[in-house]
Design a protein around this ligand. Sequence first.
Ligand code: SAM
Length: 566
Amino acid sequence: MTSPTPMLPGDSSPLRKQRGGFFTPYEIAEFTAGWALGGRSDARILDPTSGEGVFLLAAAQHLRQAGANPSQLADQLYGVDIHTGSLDETCALLREQDAEATLIKSDFFAQATPAQLEAQVPWVDAVIGNPPFVRYHEHRGETRRRSLAAALAQGVRLSGLASSWAALLVHACAFLKPEGRVAMVLPAELLTVGYAEPIRRWLGERFAAVHLVLFDELQFAEAEEQVVVLVARGSGGCSALALHQVRDATELAGQHLFDSEPVALGRPEDKWTDLLLPLQRRSLFRSITDRAFSRLDAYGTPELGTVTGANAFFTLNEITRAEYNIGQGHLLREVPPGARHIPGTRFTEGHWQQLRADGQRVWMLHPNAAARRRDGLARYLAEGERLLVHEAYKCTIRDPWWRPPAVRAPDLFFTYMSHVTPRLVANETDATIVNSLHGITLNEDAPAITRDALPIAALNSVTMLGAELFGRPYGGGILKMEPREAASLPVPDHNTLTAAWELLEPHRSRLDELVRTGCWETALAEIDRALLIDTIGLSGAEVASMRAAAARLRARRTRTSGDTAS
Ligand SMILES: C[S@@+](CC[C@H](N)C(=O)[O-])C[C@H]1O[C@@H](n2cnc3c(N)ncnc32)[C@H](O)[C@@H]1O
């Protein structure tokens, strides 16, 4: 990890955050500038958001080493930034190195491309830099409008959800000569998020070669972002991209890009996350899932739990229920909000009773239609109105506001926000859920054992790896799976499940206890043996490879230092 960059006078962390000002470690700037210039002394280079000039400084050094004339540098190095203080600092730093650049204070999206008459920046041989990572909710107003228009002018239609880096990359490449090179630090979400799909498509169409360098360790302490370095060159499109993995920026110097075997480019509409796996592991994962796994929705579609609009009001514990004397006809039994209440692989009547005795919120308010009388329920609803619950958005769009559209009790719960991995939990009660869990109602053609068997059998290393690949990292290193992502989770198919359950069922209680008490690694090893080795016929080395791959992605997501479960 790198330490925060020193602040200029008058600058501050919030101001930096607002303009996406996270500054690049010198090793990365050095590598990208060196590669982009390719030893040329006459190349022209642009950093579209040059900040305090680390890329321009590195480029100046490379140009001079290649024999460039120092008095020509201002016509070779171009930097743009909206922040005057950063440009002043760049100017001073360059001067210390006996170098200069053309520095333009401007919103880069307002810069005309060299194809336009009013252009200030000419065609360049290389674009380098680190665009601001400003999320869509902060990337608003005129700048956003201009950025989307600039990308569209290059034929890339971005959605309003796009962070600022996406349009910036596209607009910057409009300054590039056809055979030019681009080397940019981008957020790793380039590989995963839906809104980056047009970028993934465009990269494959625009450039003759596209390479991505991934880092094992976080490179920007301040931004808390995982980054990739994109290097691309030439024009005309490519059918493959090459992937390189390094521990940190210091390892970049040893990379010989373009030497490595290219990896087939996935369809742009797919997430490219399985590119995070080395080729051999990727092939193994695909062959196992093709042979013996199916998508989770082959068993039933994952669905959102009830959106009450105000869980604190609509979910009650027994004490509140008794205090208002609300009859059970106005309530549904539920799993209290939060996956921690279902730590194992099954949820029984006994578990629900225990949660009730513990004072947890085991009731969901669901008054029957003729409810408004002068009883305890009426008092409770009046209390809700006093607390303005009826003005919560979800309550304003239903009538009556006090009756949430409860989902029916599902057969399986799905924990969709996980530290380790998502879990399926067999619902042996009639309890329903709020939206802190997903629910699955099993299809009629699912084997009869599914409710009991799948929660155990899904705790295997291949499914775990699938979750890392199909889910998305969320704040704090949590893995999140929306229903659509959960639907694509690879789980043992019907035949595999049925065969493996014969081996696993005798151990069900013990395995459940292991999971419930947090000893998931022991359970995983046993389930892998029964399912992946004894049922599917994988070798121990193949299982170890899948487990290590899942652990590696988990470590990347949670930013821990290494494999924990390999
Ligand atoms: C991630 S920093 C990168 C700075 C520098 N390239 C580096 O890596 O050290 C992004 C820079 O973009 C600038 N910036 C943000 N939005 C911009 C825009 N619309 N046009 C030009 N510069 C912008 C910020 O002022 C900040 O200096």
